[in-house]
Design a protein around this ligand. Structure first.
Ligand SMILES: [Zn+2]
Length: 154
C-alpha cells in the first residue's frame, strides 16, 4: 500500500473536472488509481468493499441539485450500487430521516441521495449516486465499519 501527494491531470483520471487528484491503492483491482483528493479515503474504502466506482468526483454538480457541495459516484455494476445502498441503510429505522434521505424519499430533494442510471458512449449503462457533502462522514464511517467485519473474511 502506498500513497503519493502528486497531483495530476492525466487521462486515467476518474474525474472530468479540474479537481486536485491523488494516487491511491485500489484493493479490489490491486493497482493504483487517481481520484479526487477530497474523497480519497472514501474511494479507498469502497475498493476494500469490492465496490470501486468507475468514475467519481468530490463535487460534480456544484449547486445543481444541492445547496452545498455533493459527492458523485458512478458504478458500472447495478449490483455494486445496490450493495452500497444496502450497506448505508443497515441498522437504520425505515421511518428515520436518514433512511428516507438515503433511499431518496427525503422531505427535501436537495438533502436526499440522488440515483440515476444512464448510458455512457451509448452502450455502458452506469448507475450513479450523488449525495450531499454533509453526509460524507456518515458514509465513510458506515463503510469502514462494514469493512472491519468483512475485509479479511474472504
Ligand atoms: Zn472531481
Amino acid at each position: 500500500m502506498s500513497e503519493s501527494d502528486d497531483s495530476s491531470s492525466e487521462e486515467s483520471s476518474k474525474c472530468d473536472l479540474d479537481h486536485k487528484q491523488i494516487k491511491i491503492w485500489n484493493y479490489e483491482y490491486e493497482d493504483h488509481e487517481w481520484v479526487d483528493s477530497d474523497i480519497k479515503t472514501l474511494i479507498k474504502e469502497l475498493s476494500k468493499a469490492g465496490l470501486s466506482p468507475s468514475k467519481s468526483c468530490q463535487n460534480k454538480f456544484k449547486q445543481k441539485y444541492y445547496q452545498d457541495e455533493s459527492i458523485w459516484l458512478s458504478f458500472c455494476m447495478a449490483n455494486d450500487y445496490d450493495q452500497f445502498i444496502r450497506i448505508m441503510i443497515t441498522g437504520l429505522k425505515p421511518d428515520s430521516d436518514k433512511y428516507k434521505r438515503i433511499i431518496g424519499i427525503g422531505v427535501n430533494a436537495w438533502e436526499s441521495f440522488i440515483v440515476d442510471a444512464g448510458f455512457e458512449h451509448h452502450y455502458h449503462l452506469l448507475h450513479t449516486i450523488t449525495f450531499p457533502r454533509q453526509d460524507y462522514d456518515y458514509v465513510l464511517e458506515i463503510l469502514m465499519k462494514h469493512n472491519t467485519f468483512n475485509f479479511f473474511a474472504t
